[in-house]
Ligand binder design. Sequence first.
Ligand code: UDX
Ligand code: UDX
Length: 470
Amino acid sequence: MKTQIKKICCIGAGYVGGPSMAIIADKCPHIVINVVDKNKQRIDQWNNNNLDKLPIYEPGLKNIIKKCRDNNLFFSNKIEENLREADMVFISVNTPTKTKGIGAGQAIDLKWIESCARQIGEFAKDHTIVVEKSTLPVRTAQTIKTILEAYTAKEKKEKVHSRSFSILSNPEFLAEGTAIYDLQNPDRILIGGDDNCALNALSDIYLNWVAKDKILKTDLWSSELSKLISNAFLAQRISSINSVSALCEVSGAKINNVAKAVGMDRRIGQDFLKAGPGFGGSCFKKDILNLIYICNHYGLNEVANYWQKVLDINYWQQKRITKVIIDNLFGTISEKKIAILGFAFKPNTNDTRESPAIAICNDLLEEGCYLSIYDPKVEKSQIQNEFSKFSGNSFNKSWNLAGSVYEAVSEVDALIFLTEWEEFSNLNYEIISEAMNIPKWIFDTRNIVEYKKIKDYGFKLWKLGEGIST
Ligand code: UDX
Ligand code: UDX
């Protein structure tokens, strides 16, 4: 039997749900897609006529929204109505780490997934294909199945028209900042499941723009686990190169030269070898914590400890940057003013979740300095929110958000690059030099500054993975 998908409902209009549904809408004009979210403000932002005010900044996103929105792509809070009409439902809600109870600090809180499964069980019609898009612990599909089976068993018992469900796992590999490109040109599409009809229905959607040989069909558990492992491997590479960055600084080697030489080995590869202030983003830490939890659960403590080290190095990398700054500013930054350039966890996104800037800024504020922060896309309320999660409101009066790099550097003792935004690679160092207090320290954690271009202006430069330039 061939299932033709005509209507999709996606629960969760976030960084994953929004862009991934926009691409399906763009590539499949014959499918109507309703993205629903319980958060009314978020939906209003997706429906904003001013496309610069979408809730998510992603290069290329606004053109697709402009083309598809209100044609075959709709954003609303009408969860019940849209679930009733959908042939296929994507679950794309957030999956935070548990803060309380068993597994607190490691396990993923599945309460939103459970509530989605219950909503689907309550409202879906006839046969519905349920697709896990969120990154989930292995065997979560079983939880969803069990919940949905409870609904169908009740219907069978009461001899009313019985519905049916197929569950698929279809993890999303997009990276923020390049989400549209990644969705349009995926390395692979992974679909896990045991119902061939459902597997083919989802794969047919992707075949509208993805080559057949890039669509990988597996069992459910392998698909769920593959996503966790992909993120763990990516994070592991970053922790590996970051650990080497510290060794370069003390030994006189240069991290970029080492990364290049190592990455030219075909078996290792060039990507994901950029040393930095530690990885951020909503996924890496959460997914590794979850992996650690699963390993411990199955008694694989050595495996859990191995992955824990990836997180430990990431934490240490952030901590040691603050120490380097303090040591070079004569052992104290109390009452000094410091410029922070970049707050997002990576360029081309307004996302700040787990950004290393949060912990680094917080450590600096703890030492009594004043921060002047500039980021091209992050709003003040968001920075405020991140700080308050970390340290309450204690530092409200100790920082400001500047409107430009040049405003941020006015009368600062040091400037710190924390995100490699494109505009930071073409700065006028003559203006910056005149604005700063001597001895004009620059701390570059993202390999943005070339010493030969700035040395005539009297700066002192420390680069991550190189140390002090002379
Ligand atoms: C999240 C996870 O971080 C990631 O691991 C997973 O792969 C996909 O979901 P993201 O899209 O970045 O990624 O999350 P977020 O931007 O927070 O969006 C989730 C949305 O789901 C929110 O807008 C939230 O309001 C919504 N939601 C959550 C619902 O609509 N219903 C719920 O029951 C729970
Ligand atoms: C990641 C995965 O790449 C993606 O496949 C998955 O779907 C979600 O998680 P994302 O977190 O959006 O995507 O961005 P990514 O480009 O992976 O960067 C994560 C963090 O690692 C950023 O803080 C970035 O600055 C850092 N990073 C990345 C490095 O420090 N060095 C690198 O070489 C690459």
